[in-house]
Ligand binder design. Structure first.
Ligand code: ADP
Ligand code: MG
Length: 748
């Protein structure tokens, strides 16, 4: 595809059909000159020429001309395609008539007013698009740029300061006023203003309007009304009325006219040189900068710009030389390759906004997956300088051996442990991490032959797991006097008080292996707490299974929501394409299918919310149960440890236990562990029954309050353990109620 060339022959009574032969079928123009009649004719000179063009407009009204020349190009401007339509020809051949038209009759209007009308029609019709239209009007006269709309602009920049600059967006004229126009009338006002200024200037500056080049430019910016679209299109429609191409020089003009002729000839011959260069694929350099005209049109002739030339010819015999010259220019112009490309840009602000939205959506989705996959409180923020410094310091300490573990603080290990479906939060191996445990072992390894850490009989399976201290739990027996330690002490003491007497007598000289003895302990002394542990584990597993089912269901509902959303979007698009009906409230009318989809989506979302809330509640319960299991396990281990120490080790072995620590000799303050008050749930149930009698509507309110209280209790229990609050939970058996058999084992 190249530059499109159309020949327009102006209407005249003296048309020379014998010299100008038009064939409309194959768009050829043949020119015959009667050289033989001229005495000075050179023998071998051609007297017949044939030009192939893209269209011949002979005696056609403006409307037909417009349809053939401009309509398609103008339509493509809103799709981001730039176009240049140029009229070339001798003075009087009808360039201005073609480009601007005559003002006396509406149907005589030319390309510019018709293009304006077409663009604003598109503005009205394209409901999805937001089109912004600007206009400018430039005149180039004797290599000087004039802003024909300077009278309409606020800035008082003198014309002479205008310069042609090139940037990423192409060529633009710095200092040329560009005016936003919102209606056809508005744009036409600018055109007429420019025309008037052109005429005034021709009088005041004594310049001939036929000797200047005029470029009326319509700029269109196309954006999508839909906010998510970050792309936008821009295009320029250059409508160029060139100066008369006749060779004025040979008429022997003087002074001003001579200078003008020189400039015009120069700029048109530069245009011609540029065009020849553009048409030659081997030419690297194109001399655009030789003249203001070619420089201003640098990105508007050929290339990615849709280019159309109207060769205006005066079809009289006396003008045949100029006609020939115009047609030669036109045929050169046809050689310029042009492959129009849309100017697509990305709005950076909209892109930032869109990316921010995308990130938010993805983060929300990720957060949901983390919740559904039981990974909560995972941070995706980049590390701060302080965090990095902290982690580095921890790594150094770890490598020095002063710390056993690196805590990045980015993942809440408690949370992630609790959520693992079958994970018990216990490590494998025999390395207790608490300071106290280390102390005990150091002592043992010194004093008791054959019972050092290394020599201990290997422990495997469940017992190995049991004999090990959970990391979290280890903190509970560290020397810090915490609330949980008080409970622990009381339970341990009570167990010890029962068994101590009997064990005293049966103490063997060499302590037996812990693992062998542990099973025995579980079956006898620790049977009750072991039973409670097993039962709590069963409940925990059951709740985790429920959680998994619920999670699966939520995922399925989410999938269904996505599918429904997609179907709805397809429906919506179909509705847009087919054109939509609106009711009296200006709301779009949807068909039954779409209506059903909307209802379905609503139901799914309701279900999703409901399940999601249930899952959240269930998670809290699972976490709570997990804590109870941990506590039970710890108690079993601690009791075993004490019983073992009491039964098999000498006083020397245990005397190093710090004073005031939970594991100590002596009797238990029994009241502390047996005092069991009415718990929150019981209290609530009692209150509920009382209130229900008076005001049945208050149930939801109180139910919500109870939930809140439960959550608070849970947090309190975890942070500052208090015997009463953590001991009981509906549906769970707590190890502390050993002298009161569990009443209910069902999950709530
Ligand atoms: P140019 O701009 O090329 O010097 P104009 O457009 O000013 O020529 O035309 C010169 C005169 O010829 C004007 O009066 C114009 O109305 C008339 N004219 C030009 N082309 C046509 C046409 N196709 N039909 C009727 N009148 C025309
Ligand atoms: Mg003119």
């Amino acid at each position: 595809m190249g530059v499109k060339v159309l020949v327009r022959i102006r209407t005249t009574t003296n048309f020379a059909p014998d010299m100008i032969e038009c064939s409309l079928d194959d768009n050829t123009i043949k020119i015959h000159t009667k050289r033989d009649q001229r005495k000075e004719a050179v023998n071998n000179q051609h007297s017949d020429w044939m030009f192939k063009v893209d269209g011949i407009l002979h005696d056609v009204p403006q409307e037909v001309m417009y349809a053939a020349v401009a309509k398609k190009a103008v339509a493509s401007t809103i799709n981001g395609f730039s176009s240049t339509i140029m009229c070339y020809g001798q003075t009087g051949a009808g360039k201005t008539h073609t480009m601007t038209g005559a003002t006396e009759k509406y149907e005589y209007r030319g390309i510019i007013p018709r293009a304006i009308q077409q663009i604003f029609k598109e503005v009205e019709e394209q409901a999805d698009l937001a089109l912004t239209v600007y206009v400018s009007y430039l005149e180039i006269y004797n290599e000087t740029l004039y802003d024909l709309l300077s009278t309409m602009s606020d800035s008082s920049t003198p014309d002479t300061q205008m310069i042609i600059v090139e940037d990423n967006h192409g060529v633009r004229i710095k200092g040329l006023s560009i005016h936003m126009v919102s209606t056809e009338e508005d744009a036409l006002n600018y055109l007429f203003e420019g025309e008037t200024n052109r005429i005034i200037a021709s009088h005041t500056m004594n310049k001939s309007s036929s000797r200047s080049h005029c470029i009326f430019t319509i700029y269109v910016e196309t954006r999508w009304r839909q906010t998510a679209e970050v792309k936008y299109l821009t295009s320029k429609l250059n409508l160029v009325d060139l100066a008369g191409s006749e060779r004025l020089g040979k008429t022997g003009s003087e002074g001003q006219v001579m200078r003008e002729a020189m400039y015009i000839n120069k700029s048109l011959s530069f245009l011609e040189q540029t065009i020849i260069a553009l048409g030659d694929s081997k030419r690297g350099h194109i001399p655009f900068r030789q003249s203001k005209l070619t420089h201003a049109l640098k990105d508007s002739i050929g290339g990615t710009c849709n280019t159309i030339l109207v060769a205006n010819i005066y079809g009289e015999a006396s003008q045949i030389d100029e006609t020939l010259s115009t047609l030669r220019f036109a045929s050169r112009m046809k050689c310029i390759p042009a492959e129009p490309v849309a100017n697509i840009y990305t709005d950076p602000m909209k892109l930032i906004h869109k990316l921010q939205n995308d990130i938010q959506v993805l983060q929300d989705e990720l957060a949901m997956y983390n919740i559904l996959g039981n990974r909560r409180q995972v941070s995706y923020e980049t590390l701060t300088a302080n965090q990095i410094r902290d982690i580095k310091a921890q790594i150094c300490r770890y490598l020095e051996g002063t710390v056993d573990e690196i805590n990045t603080g980015l993942l809440n290990s408690e949370e992630s442990q609790v959520g693992e479906l079958m994970g018990e939060g216990f490590g494998i191996g025999l390395a207790p991490t608490s300071a106290k445990a280390k102390k005990l072992k150091v002592k043992k390894s010194k004093d008791i032959a054959g019972t050092t850490k290394k020599d201990r009989p290997p422990v495997s399976g469940k017992d190995a797991e049991m004999l090990q201290q959970p990391k979290d739990s280890a903190q509970d027996v560290s020397p810090k006097p915490t609330g949980s330690r008080v409970i622990m002490a009381s339970i341990i003491d009570s167990v010890r008080s029962e068994s101590i007497g009997k064990m005293e007598e049966a103490r063997p000289t060499t302590p037996p292996g812990r693992s062998e003895i542990f099973d025995m302990f579980k079956a006898e002394k620790g049977s009750e707490i072991n039973r409670i542990l097993i039962e709590n584990k069963r409940i925990l597993i059951e709740k985790k299974a429920n959680m998994k089912d619920l999670t699966d269901r939520i995922n399925n509902v989410k999938e269904e929501i996505d599918i429904t959303n997609r179907s709805l979007n397809i429906k919506k698009r179909e509705r847009h394409v087919q054109g939509e009906y609106k009711n009296e409230h200006d709301e779009p009318v949807v068909d039954e299918d779409e209506f059903n989809l909307i209802i379905q989506l609503k139901d799914l979302k309701r279900q999703y919310r409901c399940d999601f809330n249930a899952l959240r509640d269930l998670r809290v319960e699972v976490q709570y149960c997990q804590r109870l299991v941990d506590q039970c396990r710890l108690r079993l281990l601690t009791e075993f440890e004490i019983w073992y120490n009491e039964s098999f080790l000498t006083a020397d072995d245990t005397q190093q236990v710090p004073q005031g620590d939970s594991i100590r000799r002596g009797l238990v303050p029994f009241s502390r562990m047996t005092a069991l008050e009415e718990d929150d749930k019981e209290k609530f149930q009692r209150l509920q029954q009382e209130i229900l009698m008076e005001c049945p509507e208050s149930v939801s309110f109180y139910r919500a309050r109870m939930k809140l209280q439960q959550r608070q209790n849970y947090t309190r229990a975890m942070n500052q353990p208090q015997p009463i609050t953590i001991h009981k939970k509906p549906g769970m058996i707590t190890p502390s109620i050993k002298n009161k058999p569990p009443t209910s084992l069902q999950c709530s």
